[in-house]
Design a binder for this molecule. Structure first.
Ligand code: GSH
Length: 299
């Protein structure tokens, strides 16, 4: 072999062949095309969903939430709170489970007359103003103060304790069992979600305590609610108001989706007026509870 031929041979060894390079370009093109097709499909599906939600009718609320439970119409206390409020306020609504996370990256969120809004508490305030519903109007200032304090205790304190049991102490197992349908992707992403929730519990502060300490902290909240409720039918007296929706949304989870937790014993045995209260709200606002467990997903 001549010196020139050896040089050519070595150059050929260093440079990938045209065939190899073409193969890589083709693979990249296929991947790009697949991404493009998926993105366009997702965009079109999103547009179509919005068109459908806009067509439900004027002033009909579309509630977007996480999926149904087997024993409660929703496994999220916040979605159940919002639905309970819509029933109390007699505002027509439809459920959607296709896109559970909204503008704030959380569930629930709503579409109303084509406008999107997130956060159950802000939604309830907005709907109250828009539809002229204020269920605390006849309360004294002192009672209004108490209603607000209990509302915040339920959504900003109690909820963290319950969340810690569901995701850390129970590792999300019971929640998966109680879910109406568990998509494969949800099972797959569970460890990741648990890690994310554990971080949020840690930064909130409650995740730094031992389980026993958290049980004690939460029992104090439940006891306070039970003492304040006494033998009144609803938290603020003989009529339901906004705070009852939040309280029901959380306590209903304990009644039906927290079997074996210390909180179940607290609600059902130690402070039985809480259990009676949950059943009373259910009977008043959810006469179709069992049908709701079977309701089809909006499509
Ligand atoms: N402040 C919110 C809380 C909603 C919330 O925490 N939703 C949970 C489901 S129960 C959620 O979306 N978690 C997912 C996340 O925060 O990334 C509200 O009242 O709507």
């Amino acid at each position: 072999m001549s010196v020139g031929a050896i040089g050519d041979f070595q150059a050929c060894q260093r440079r990938p062949s045209h065939g190899f390079e073409n193969g890589r370009v083709a693979t990249a093109a296929v991947v790009l095309l697949a991404f493009g097709v998926i993105s366009v499909k997702r965009y079109v599906a999103k547009k179509n969903r919005r068109r459908r939600w806009a067509a439900v009718g004027k002033d009909v609320v579309v509630v977007h939430g996480l999926g149904k439970g087997r024993r409660t119409p929703n496994l999220s206390p916040f979605v159940l709170t919002l639905e309970t409020y819509l029933r109390l306020a007699k505002i027509p609504y439809q459920m959607d489970y296709e896109e559970p996370f909204g503008p704030k990256g959380q569930s629930p969120w709503i579409t109303l007359n084509g406008q999107e809004m997130g956060d159950s508490q802000l939604i309830i305030q907005m709907l109250g103003r828009r539809f002229g519903k204020d269920f605390t109007a006849s309360l004294t200032k002192e009672q209004k103060g108490a209603a607000r304090a209990f509302h915040m205790m339920v959504t900003e304190h109690l909820a963290w304790g319950f969340r810690l049991w569901r995701w850390v102490e129970n590792k999300g197992r019971l929640m998966l069992q109680e879910m109406d349908r568990v998509p494969f992707i949800v099972r797959l992403l569970m460890p990741l979600k648990r890690r994310q929730i554990f971080k949020s519990l840690y930064f909130q502060g409650i995740g730094r305590h031992s389980a026993e300490e958290v049980h004690d902290i939460i029992e104090r909240d439940l006891a306070a609610i039970s003492f304040y409720l006494g033998d009144k039918p609803f938290l603020m007296g003989s009529d339901l108001c906004e705070v009852d929706c939040a309280l029901f949304g959380s306590l209903a989870q304990i009644m039906w989706n927290y079997s074996g937790s210390p909180y179940e014993t607290m609600v059902k045995v130690k402070y039985p007026n809480l259990k009676e209260y949950v059943l009373r709200v259910k009977e008043t606002l959810w006469p179709d509870w069992d049908q709701c467990l079977k309701r089809p997903k909006m499509s």
